[in-house]
Design a protein around this ligand. Structure first.
Ligand code: PNS
Length: 164
């Protein structure tokens, strides 16, 4: 191991998590086995209208990942690479659901590497969740559809309290 290799192998899983889904949790679970520490970083974007506040999204993530001793939740504003540099994180972990994700994710990964030398590790999503997106979950829940197989129970409870 070179002197420059960080002692703690850290990775960040960035996203909006509005709300966290079983697809996100699958990626977090698998990433937590590959790295010493996983930081799930909620992107705070005032320009985007979210269903849940940052604090609510954080609470849901904290509860959903409480059994993982090496996963912690944080928030960030600005560029993900600036967050990585400030927190000594050399790699971003992203789930890829389908080819349709690939173009944009590749573009961001190459941009992030060019900007700051931060690499991106792509993990293929569990096929069980390849169609899953927070936006679809919110839409189905708003219209009273059943999303119980798509999100953890604690998220389901909060979705049921949202007025359509
Ligand atoms: O869950 P999302 O909304 O698909 O997550 C997208 C996110 C937050 C990971 C991405 O938009 C991001 O990294 N935003 C931070 C701003 C940034 O770094 N933009 C430049 C990317 S090249």
């Amino acid at each position: 191991m070179s002197e420059l290799t960080p002692q703690v192998r850290r990775a960040v899983c960035p996203g909006s998590f509005d709300p966290v889904t079983n697809g996100h949790l699958d990626i977090i679970d698998r990433a937590s086995r590959l790295y010493d520490e996983i930081i799930v970083a909620i992107f705070v974007n005032q320009a985007k209208s979210n269903m849940f506040s940052v604090e609510e999204r954080r609470e849901m993530l904290v509860e959903a990942t409480e059994t993982y001793p090496n996963v912690r939740i944080d928030t960030f504003h600005g560029l993900v690479v600036d967050y990585c540099r400030a927190n000594d994180v050399p790699v971003i972990v992203k789930g890829l659901r389908a080819v349709s994700d690939f173009d944009y994710e590749l573009q961001m990964a190459q941009m992030n590497r060019g900007l700051a030398g931060i690499d991106t590790l792509f993990m293929p999503t569990n096929p069980e969740y390849s169609f899953l997106a927070s936006s679809l979950v919110k839409d189905i829940a708003r219209w009273g559809g059943d999303v119980s197989a798509l999100v953890p129970p604690l998220v389901l409870k909060r979705l049921r309290n949202i007025d359509g």
